[in-house]
Design a protein around this ligand. Sequence first.
Ligand SMILES: [Zn+2]
Ligand SMILES: [Zn+2]
Length: 329
Amino acid sequence: MVLRSPGQPLCETDLPQPAVGAGQVLVRVSACAVCRTDLHVVDGELPNAKLPLVPGHEIVGRVAGVGERAERFKIGDRVGVPWLGRTCGECGYCRSGRENLCDRALFTGYTLDGGYADFAVADERFCFRLPDSYSDAESAPLLCAGLIGYRSLVRAGDARRLGIYGFGAAAHIVAQVARHQERKVFAFTRAGDVAAQEFAKSLGAVWAGDSNLSPPEELDAAIVFAPVGQLVPQALKAVAKGGIVVCGGIHMSDIPSFPYELLWQERTVCSVANLTRRDGEEFLGLAPRVPVRTEVESFPLAEANEALAHLRTGRLRGAAVLVTDSTPD
Ligand SMILES: [Zn+2]
Ligand SMILES: [Zn+2]
């Protein structure tokens, strides 16, 4: 991790800058949101991470350099760098509009260095322009919590009654989009997490309660963001015939066995993996129209470990975002 110790003075020229290759941009990072996936990476729960590694895949910054043949952005442009860092463009998945499943994909902050840093490099083809109405820190959580949340919501189809299990960064964004689409949102949190339940209600949830409770009415779909396998049969119990349970996380504890009866009547369980650039364009176009308001808790870059600890223990409202000295006020 490229981290600065507190109080250590650093002038611009002292900052280590990664080499910029062809087709890449050098990004002076101003904000990087902290995602649950970062915790899984840091904890070694995901295989084949690049080591040593700079985590972070919700990067907002300004272009500070462009590599050969990089033409999409100019110096000073604000860009967002998401989880999907690179795809092969050739495999069956890439060629069928499913680049999120690319056999040779590389991921920011996992198999490529990410944004817990002053500088990052990114393949310009996978960077996004960000809506002007968001500050750097506010737009960072849109890049994964928002994007993966959006992909999960699309997978839920036209469900009118939507359950959301785990009310963190992704859920707080999805709930707003779902409300905008006139869906009814039911929020499930850790048992007794009254603060998260109140937060969910403040974002328009019609009901919020402990994840082991049954909602007051049947659901048409449920999205499980919490990395807790037990919630899958729980959510299946809550969805109506023909309903779908979408698992939105990259890692989950084992799902306990459950009676077939819970799946019977054409219920579906599926997962959502990564994102496509199309998801990004769609969601970043939609977010300012909702408008999605992101609730962020900022930490200096040097306190990345504290931010991760807050996420681990659920002591966050909305999303944690690491900010650097270059973050505009
Ligand atoms: Zn591919
Ligand atoms: Zn993420």
